[in-house]
Design a protein around this ligand. Structure first.
Ligand SMILES: Nc1ncnc2c1ncn2[C@@H]1O[C@H](COP(=O)(O)OP(=O)(O)O)[C@@H](O)[C@H]1O
Ligand SMILES: [Mg+2]
Length: 321
């Protein structure tokens, strides 16, 4: 059975084509990462899939239930954590869970044991009686996740669940997501702007301007740049960056920690490796190493966004921002 099938979805807000002919499939047991810059259409896609919005065109089915024709069955399969979810600050952790359980029509005999189980699972059992607004940011995020899981959904939609959360809490949260998939047999669609999170997904889809640009396993997606990424170590980094850009075959240079990632034109890596160091050294810069590397998802993402921007300019549809 397939967890989510979204076909040819369209959704506009006046003149903004927020989702513009987008299709995606999430297989059972998968963690599908929806990646894209701000305004790409991630949240709108999530809301179309959870039934929060009706599409202008296109269809969604959840585990075989068509959202338009079997809305109730389809929606009962879904747990949704919105990008800006709200908890009731003056209710306790347990009372918040109760509220969401009631919304899903759960009886006391169902939600009480489930609430204990799920609080244990997310690590909030000892805070069951704490007011929600007394929780730390990370704990609120976990309670949000618990509310999305209280009715035992088989499909979990998480819209930028780690936005604004510190790195340690993000790690924690991802451990939870991975455990949910393996222990509860849940399939996950998660949106994120973070490439390290995208790399943890079993499948990624890059979206931009409401369209799917590239899709596949992280491995498949990064082969898109095979033979075109070089790592350059040297100093000073900022001057190396500017100087490397003057090589006509170097398309882009990004700083990755203490080194540079150079993206070169197809078939030019050997020449750049052979000739660029001398050019940089002639400018008084120090080159310790230059070598081919396997592209990261972030390299791919940067390339894709640039490509979309270029085609936009080329089409004469350029818009600011
Ligand atoms: N309710 C709305 N009314 C008008 N425009 C919207 C609305 N929701 C989203 N948009 C616009 O649709 C585009 C996609 O937004 P969104 O789906 O929130 O993207 P993302 O989640 O990737 O940042 C943006 O240009 C945004 O301004
Ligand atoms: Mg969003």
């Amino acid at each position: 059975m397939t967890a989510i099938v979204a076909e040819n979805l369209y959704k506009s807000f006046e003149d903004v084509h927020a989702v513009n002919g987008l299709s995606l499939t999430v297989q059972e047991g998968e963690i599908y990462g929806l990646v894209g810059p701000d305004g790409a259409g991630k949240t709108t896609t999530m809301r179309l899939i959870c039934g929060g919005f009706n599409p202008d065109k296109g269809s969604v089915s959840i585990r075989g239930y068509d959202l338009a024709h079997h809305a109730e069955q389809a929606r009962s399969q879904i747990g949704y954590l919105a990008q800006r979810f709200s908890l009731y600050g003056d209710l306790t952790v347990t009372e918040n869970l109760h509220f969401f359980a009631q919304m899903h029509g759960l009886k006391a005999s169902e939600w009480k044991p489930r609430a204990q189980e799920i609080l244990q699972f997310v690590g909030l059992a000892e805070f069951a009686d704490r007011m929600a607004d007394q929780l730390s940011g990370g704990m609120k995020q976990k309670l949000g996740l618990a509310t999305a899981l209280v009715h035992r959904p088989k499909v979990l939609l998480l819209d930028e669940p780690t936005g604004g959360v510190d790195p340690v809490t993000r790690q924690d949260f991802w451990q939870l997501i991975i455990r949910i998939v393996s222990q509860e047999g849940v399939s996950v669609l998660v949106s994120t702007p973070y490439m390290d999170e995208a790399a943890r997904c079993t499948h990624v889809g890059f979206i931009e301007r409401g369209k799917m640009i590239v899709e596949g396993t992280p491995g498949q997606v990064t082969t898109r740049l095979s033979g075109r990424m070089l790592e350059l170590v040297g100093e000073p980094l900022d001057e190396l960056r500017h100087a490397a850009k003057t090589d006509a075959d170097v398309e882009d240079v990004q700083v990755f920690g203490d080194r540079l990632h150079l993206r070169v034109k197809v078939g030019t890596a050997d020449r750049v490796i052979a000739e660029l160091p001398a050019l940089l050294q002639a400018k008084g810069l120090k080159v310790n190493r230059i070598r081919p590397i396997v592209a990261t998802l972030e390299d791919v993402f940067i390339e894709l966004v640039e490509e979309v921007d270029h085609s936009r300019e080329g089409n004469g549809h350029g818009t600011q921002g």
